[in-house]
Design a binder for this molecule. Structure first.
Ligand code: SF4
Length: 314
């Protein structure tokens, strides 16, 4: 049975108004937990992320998203019709003031197997990258290599990361605006060394939900700016743009996210994805075929269906 996620139990409340408020909070928190479980379960199912007998290595940075990922995977494991193991892994990169006791204390209390990998990548990055230059790409490359090695050593069959829907959308826009590519962040992929399967079970979850869940569960968050690096300016711009859309045009961000899984290669321009050169009329009418001379209808049934799905709470 999953633990209740009520920060204030109704019996703590005194006056009837307080009691009502406490009950409402408990109800909303429970709804949030259910929604996170439902969306993660749906992503896991849609992409066949976890199979019977898997050992899932959950990468825990100390940020809200990775805590939420571990928590939700633990709940889903209790309910799943298949058996899989979880091992939490944190890479301590020896950044200044990293509170090294926080994660071991938390994980010990949780009673989950874990491994802390100590590797001073911070010094390497500082030594190699000139002052004032962006350190993130070398830092992430080093981190990736270490995590792949640790996954091998632990016998992990899947590597789970805490990226959510907003990370995926931001990456999509970054690649399009600054990299001239239609390329996002996949929910499941083969690692660049060809040896691992990396999964993102929170792919359908909004960042605002992981943020609220972290507050409700009071995760012991470790700040992510200990290395002194600034957040990528371009990513900041994209985040601001998405926030504005979310406010001004409700449903737009969901529609863009839905579009990522409704791609029509024949209506783009990538000749590697569709054989435009060899395209010939077949002479056979297709009721779902192109309506090249008509105005394109804005709302496709698939996009609307997803909007409804995202708004539908338990
Ligand atoms: S923000 Fe710091 S820790 Fe994170 S990837 Fe960049 S350099 Fe590494």
């Amino acid at each position: 049975m999953e633990a209740a996620i009520t920060p204030m139990a109704p019996q703590d409340a005194g006056a009837p108004a307080d009691l009502k408020k406490a009950e409402k909070i408990a109800y909303e928190n429970n709804k949030l937990h259910k929604r996170l479980c439902r969306l993660a379960g749906q992503a896991i199912g849609d992409f066949n992320m976890i199979e019977d007998g898997d050992k899932v290595m959950v990468c825990l940075s100390g940020g809200k998203d990775s805590y939420a990922l571990l928590d939700i995977l633990m709940t889903l494991r209790e309910r799943a019709p298949i058996k899989f193991d979880i091992v939490a892994v944190n890479l301590d990169q020896k950044q200044p003031n990293f509170p090294e006791h926080v994660l071991p204390d938390y994980l010990t209390k949780l009673g989950i197997p874990f491994h802390i990998e100590n590797q001073d990548t911070y010094s390497i990055v500082k030594r190699v990258i000139p002052e004032g230059k962006t350190t993130c790409s070398l830092c992430s490359r080093l981190r990736r290599g270490i995590l792949y090695r640790v996954a091998d050593e632990l016998g992990a069959t899947k590597i789970a990361l805490g990226h959510h829907r907003d990370d995926i959308l931001e990456t999509f826009f970054l690649n399009m605006f600054f990299g001239a590519k239609i390329k996002g962040m996949p929910a499941k992929l083969q690692s660049d060394d060809g040896k691992h399967i990396v999964i993102r079970p929170l792919a359908y979850v909004k960042e605002s939900d992981t943020a609220r869940y972290a507050e409700v569960k009071q995760f012991p968050i470790i700040p992510c700016d200990l290395c002194g690096s600034q957040e990528n300016l371009q990513r900041k711009q994209i985040k601001a743009l998405m926030r504005e859309w979310e406010k001004k045009y409700p449903g737009r961000v969901e529609n863009i996210f839905s579009a990522l899984s409704t791609v029509a290669p024949s209506h783009l321009m990538d000749r590697k994805m569709f054989d435009f050169t060899g395209l010939k009329a077949t002479g056979i009418a297709d009721p779902n075929g192109d309506i090249a001379f008509d105005e394109d209808p804005c709302a496709t049934p698939a996009a609307n269906a997803t909007v409804i799905r995202f708004h539908a709470d338990e």
